[in-house]
Design a protein around this ligand. Structure first.
Ligand SMILES: *Cc1c(COP(=O)(O)O)cnc(C)c1O
Length: 359
């Protein structure tokens, strides 16, 4: 079958950008201050406030945020970092890039998040940190994570898809020693490419700022060379109006998610958050046995669906670990449905009708 393009297709994602973003970008271009200027600081303040922390450092993407958090905490050779076996590969890759060992731990396919009993079992004397993911915006049970590891193990958040999500009322991205956000176009707030590290630790904030900018310290010396992970003022300008209306953006995503749940609960396995938590709805990911068939057919009909994410032990780089039956199940059964503010009730009907045929 040939895929249908154009007005008929239902897009997977569509960023909500308009006049407010254009006006901010225009002001930056007219100011001539294109990087390390006032818009970077403004975006950082909004991110810190949204996550309920003291500091946020804007960086070039979510992977850079993860990389700098790991480096700034001194994680390196000889250290083990626990990461989920089912996640976007960057979660594990930054650990490897820092010279440390990512230790994969299985996930619960019902939540897509770390299986915390298995985290407990994976802790060794070398465990330096857990890089915990709130996958697709579903808050991980943070208290259960804290009880699963000894107190000296650092807890870091890959909150790349969890801006706006809340665990027991507390913002994701503000729960760990450091939180890592992404502003990729499939996230709730997007700058095209972008990210941020959050923390309430002033020393950690200073280290991350240094590492983001070649290792330069405030005295213009370089003790530890680093790279350039800065985010330009032009891109920060795109993010600022969205951060100012984060509640509205989340409400729109919640409208779509609730619309799918209304139509599909009891038909396929639908996603949700724990009682008392707020899902961030980075993605609406259902589970169904005939996923492969559903994905091919829906795509051919112009409905842009996608796999959930990767089972890392299926990738050559991480093939030495396993088995992970939870990650296998998540990988085989997960299907991400279109999720953005332009979806109408008719679109939701069409997607749900398409899915029902494969239940
Ligand atoms: C999007 C995402 C990333 C990577 O972010 P980029 O900005 O694309 O580098 C990492 N981890 C998770 C869980 C993500 O959803």
């Amino acid at each position: 079958m040939v895929s249908r393009e154009g007005a008929d297709s239902v897009r997977l994602a569509f960023p909500e950008l308009g006049d407010a973003e254009l006006a901010e970008v225009r002001a930056v271009l007219e100011s001539g201050a294109l990087t390390m200027g006032p818009k970077v600081a403004e975006l950082e303040q909004l991110v810190a406030a949204a996550c309920g922390v003291e500091h946020a450092v804007a960086v070039s993407n979510g992977t850079a945020a993860l990389h700098l958090a790991v480096l700034a905490l001194g994680i390196g050779e000889g250290d083990e970092v626990i990461v989920p076996a089912y996640t976007f590969p960057a979660t594990a890759s930054v650990v490897r890039l820092a010279g440390a060992t990512p230790v994969l731990v299985d996930v619960d396919p019902a939540t897509f998040n770390l299986d915390l009993g298995k985290v407990y079992d994976a802790v060794t004397a070398r465990t330096k940190a857990v890089l915990a993911v709130h996958l697709f915006g579903r808050p991980l049970d943070w208290e259960a994570l804290q009880s699963a590891v000894p107190p000296e193990v650092l807890l870091l958040e890959d909150a790349a898809g969890a801006l706006g999500a809340r665990w027991r009322g507390m913002p994701c991205g503000g729960l760990g020693a450091a939180g890592c956000l992404s502003f990729h176009p499939r996230k709730i707030v997007t700058t095209g490419e972008g990210g941020a590290v959050t923390t309430s630790d002033a020393d950690l904030d200073a280290s991350i700022r240094r590492l983001r900018n070649h290792g330069l310290d405030p005295g213009m010396d370089i003790v530890e060379p680093s790279t350039n992970y800065r985010l330009s003022d032009i891109l920060c300008a795109v993010g600022i109006p969205q951060l100012n209306r984060l509640d509205e953006l989340l409400a729109e995503r919640t409208r779509v998610a609730d619309g799918y749940t209304e139509r599909l609960a009891g038909v396929v396995d639908v996603p949700d958050a724990d009682e008392g938590d707020t899902h961030g709805w980075q993605a609406y990911v259902i589970r169904l046995d005939r996923r492969r068939e559903a994905m091919e057919t829906l795509r051919a009909e112009g409905i842009e669906v996608q796999i959930g994410t990767y089972a890392l032990h299926h990738l050559t780089a991480y093939r030495d670990q396993g088995p992970f039956p939870g990650a296998d199940e998540a990988f085989e059964r997960a299907l991400a449905l279109p999720l953005h503010s332009r979806l109408s009730d008719d679109d939701l009907d069409r997607v749900a009708e398409g899915v029902r045929r494969f239940a």
